[in-house]
Design a binder for this molecule. Sequence first.
Ligand code: PLP
Length: 450
Amino acid sequence: MTIHPNSIEARDKAYHLHSYTNARALERDGALVIERGEGIHVYDNAGKQYIEGMAGLWSVGVGFGESRLVEAAAKQMAKLPYYHTFTARTHSPSVELAEKLIEIAPVPMSKAYFTNSGSEANDTAMKIVWYRSNALGKPDKKKIISRTKGYHGVTIASASLTGLPNNHRSFDLPIARVLHTSCPHYRAFKTEGETEAQFVERCAKDLEDLILKQGPDTVAAFIGEPVMGAGGVIVPPAGYWEAIQKVLKKYDVLFIADEVICGFGRTGEMFGATTYALQPDMMTLSKQISSSYQPISALLINENVYQPLADESAKIGTFGHGVTAAGHPVAAAVALENIRIIEERDLVGNVRSLSPKFLARLKSIADHPLVIEYRGVGLIGAFELVPREGFAAGQLGPKLFGYLMEEGVISRAIGDSIAFCPPMIITDEQVDDMFDKVERGLEKFAKELT
Ligand code: PLP
């Protein structure tokens, strides 16, 4: 790509430090400039059209260019562009959104607490767990268990919960009191001859052994995504969540469901907790809560969490936590309208009805000799490439990603897996269009390898 000295690309290189990017590679290659979006498509500044097969970052559920969200934002911006929710102030968008979230929660929840990102929601969940343990007079019950390959964000606390090496390496993480248990990826982590049921039993035993080793009186909570997203779209094997939840109950360990990706329809139910019969005490929500048109996240807590917290705040005189833009009226108004759209257009029903085709197309890709496995549920899925001599682990995925970009499909390379999580408005024909392009890209990639 030729980069003109005063172009967006050149100025981006000069001034902009990017997330999840090799800064030296960016200095050399520049960034892709996305200029606009419409439906399931986005367009770069050369006019090339892409199917946004990842809905941005697993997030633009209602698709791009949704005028109802633009109008909701403009209307709220004109009425009350900002107000806070500190020191017993409130405004109707945050109240209405809190009420709506408690109404649609898959299990009885008591209160919604607002933040701006998934990371902050998980950070807050961790602080509330600690606060609650102190309130209950259990100052040693503070450890939180997460899973290898789980993804919970990037703040100091949430990056510690995240179980991926790149989020720890050179950041001096994880912090103390965060522990990781095994990842439920059967194909990758099964032992010789181990059945799926035996593997599930072992995952639950790993968790129980960890709790016993640490001392049940020191373990306060467990956090997990119903389906792991950024760890590679790891769909839990049958019986996994039932076995894990049994252990959590046995040792009085709170369950935090990180629904940042799964929430608002992605798995074919409004929440992943319904798909997998989860009984969380706390849930973190973001991304599809507003289709990411505005930054907003929420933490739902049940009575079992709320009551001690309320007592502690009365004892201290305040719940000393909160960020300036929490429950931002514009973001809350957009989230409310977004949830209305999901409900009115039955986008969860659309996910359910297109899922068989989506998964069938992934399954047929998995028949390709270069592909070892496909995984998926609802409209989230991935296929994984067979390891290959001459390529280090994690080198093939990004290469194939490039071929798919040439075909006009934005996917996500996670190591040697290629993930898909298209906007939930996608149609039957568009699912075919996306996978036809993916298959063409895969064939070209295969030719290059031979
Ligand atoms: N939790 C999950 C499951 C996520 O996938 C993500 C982001 O991808 C986060 C938390 C962090 O959210 P954010 O990037 O908004 O901080």
